[in-house]
Ligand binder design. Structure first.
Ligand SMILES: Cc1cc2nc3c(=O)[nH]c(=O)nc-3n(C[C@H](O)[C@H](O)[C@H](O)COP(=O)(O)OP(=O)(O)OC[C@H]3O[C@@H](n4cnc5c(N)ncnc54)[C@H](O)[C@@H]3O)c2cc1C
Length: 444
């Protein structure tokens, strides 16, 4: 049966969800708090970019949006690590031809909204959700320009309104759903490496660049216009923290000492430092993700995570694909559909969050550790010899659709096994010997 569906939030996930639901023939209306990004894409397009990987692509393919997204995506086949002297080392993300993709968040969002609209979704901007009756799928929106309120009634209300979701707030306040927000000790700030002459990229554009420094790190992803969006992740307080970076002298000294090759590429570093906000990062855990057959959470509203695996959006896109599969399975029985969605997606929301926290340590610390790099080489050799027995954790997360919860569990088992292997005396020199592969085979 065709339904009237209200979606709160025209972000990445809300727009893709609308595309999925309009393709099923439902009447979808989206209410978005911000103004229409499309009117300001030139400015908006310059900011954040995101890494899109297999799960994201799988969800986009199912609604035939992947070809248009590929036109605005830059493949990144490897990590390039920059040490304190500016020396580079690199590590392939997967096998030949495998890559994650850098995409401008704003351009991708604009494209997803356009596709949803072309498929029949109706979008309203400057409309902030301020209240909701979740059992009745009724939401109240206040226009951010006129302050005028309107109440919209539908068959289903979907909260795709991000980490600070107003819909989730109602679920927690009125229906006692579990809720936990855990802000981490690290904040982040974005900085831009401008394009070189004629829009050339000043670093290898087909890599994700990392300046790993133990407790903190800087990363850079290429944009189509030749620039790189960079993000510094650092503690709020203490040594090398945001707290100590205020004056021009402090900021320039920090970057000149710790990230010298990066600093050379950014002529107006301090201006950017002052102009760009410092933002916090956190993990949202909530349960259940639905009320009866009337309301549902999707994307960050249900499982916002920290960005260290580049999976938040990918996980949200996967929500859309799985919801679509469950709608096929349950037909008009939306209550069973939403129940199963909530129950089966929650462990994956938790899984992507565990993975993201673990990968923070990998990125900021382990990528500068020769022993870690050797371990990854050994794993790769084994995976190439016995692909049916071993998929490296990074590949499971980024290049397959294996559920996040399974990937996390398998990955932890692999880690315990590799701890044993890495204890082998003189492993640096003997790792290529067949005995190591045989030992792994016996343990796996
Ligand atoms: C620094 C950083 C880097 C990241 N890098 C990656 C990456 O590389 N790869 C990846 O997969 N993910 C990444 N993420 C995560 C990714 O950005 C999010 O997971 C993704 O944006 C979630 O999409 P969403 O649509 O659920 O939420 P959002 O993108 O937050 O969209 C929510 C929308 O709802 C609107 N809204 C909010 N409240 C209301 C309201 N009350 N009424 C109406 N509308 C409302 C908002 O304006 C917004 O448009 C990163 C996140 C950060 C912070």
């Amino acid at each position: 049966m065709k339904k009237e569906i209200t979606i709160v939030g025209a972000g990445l996930v809300g727009s893709l969800c609308a595309l999925y639901l309009t393709k099923r023939g439902h009447k979808v209306t989206i209410f978005e708090r911000r103004k229409d990004l499309r009117s300001d894409i030139i400015r908006a397009g310059k900011s954040i970019n995101l890494a899109l990987s297999e799960r994201g692509w799988t969800a986009l393919k199912k609604v035939e949006a992947h070809k248009q997204v590929m036109e605005i995506a830059i493949p990144m086949h490897k990590r390039i690590m920059h040490d304190e002297k500016g020396n580079l080392s690199e590590q392939a993300y997967g096998n030949q031809g495998q890559a994650i993709y850098s995409v401008s968040r704003a351009e991708l969002n604009v494209l997803m909204m356009k596709l949803a609209e072309e498929n029949g979704a109706i979008l309203h901007f400057d409309e902030k959700c301020v209240d909701a009756n979740l059992e009745e799928a009724i939401a109240t929106f206040q226009n951010t320009n006129t302050q005028v309120k309107q109440t919209i009634s539908a068959d289903v209300l979907i909260g795709a309104d991000g980490a600070f979701s107003a819909v989730r707030k109602q679920m927690v306040a009125k229906h006692n759903h579990e809720y936990n927000y855990n802000e981490i000790e690290h904040d982040y700030k974005e900085l831009l490496i401008p394009a070189g002459e004629n829009g050339t990229h000043l670093l290898d554009k087909n890599a994700l660049h990392i300046w790993p420094r133990g407790e903190f790190m800087l990363i850079a992803l290429a944009n189509l216009d030749g620039s790189f969006t960079c993000t510094l992740f650092a503690p709020k307080n203490g040594e090398n923290s945001f707290e100590g970076l205020n004056s021009q002298r402090e900021v320039e000294h920090y970057f000149n000492t710790i990230f010298p090759d990066f600093t050379n590429l950014v002529p107006n570093l301090y201006e950017q430092w002052k102009a760009n906000p410092t933002s916090s990062l956190g993990i949202v855990r909530t349960f259940p993700w639905h009320i009866n057959d009337s309301s549902l959470l999707i994307g960050d509203a249900a499982h916002a995570t920290v960005p260290f695996y580049g999976q938040g959006m990918n996980a949200g896109f996967e929500d859309c694909r799985i919801l679509d599969e469950l709608l096929d399975k349950h037909g008009d029985d939306l209550k069973s559909c939403f129940e199963e969605y909530s129950k089966t997606r929650k462990p994956n929301g938790d899984g992507v969050q565990d993975l993201s926290m673990q990968n923070f340590i990998v990125m900021r610390d382990s990528t500068a550790d020769p022993k870690f790099l050797l371990q990854k080489q050994i794993e790769k050799k084994f995976a190439n010899l016995y692909p049916e027995k071993w998929i490296p954790l990074y590949s499971m997360v980024s290049f397959t659709n294996i559920s996040y919860s399974d990937a996390w569990e398998i990955g932890m088992k692999q880690e315990r096994m590799m701890e044993e292997i890495m204890k082998t005396p003189n492993i640096e020199n003997v790792w290529k010997n067949d005995e190591i592969m045989q030992k792994m085979l016996s343990l796996v």
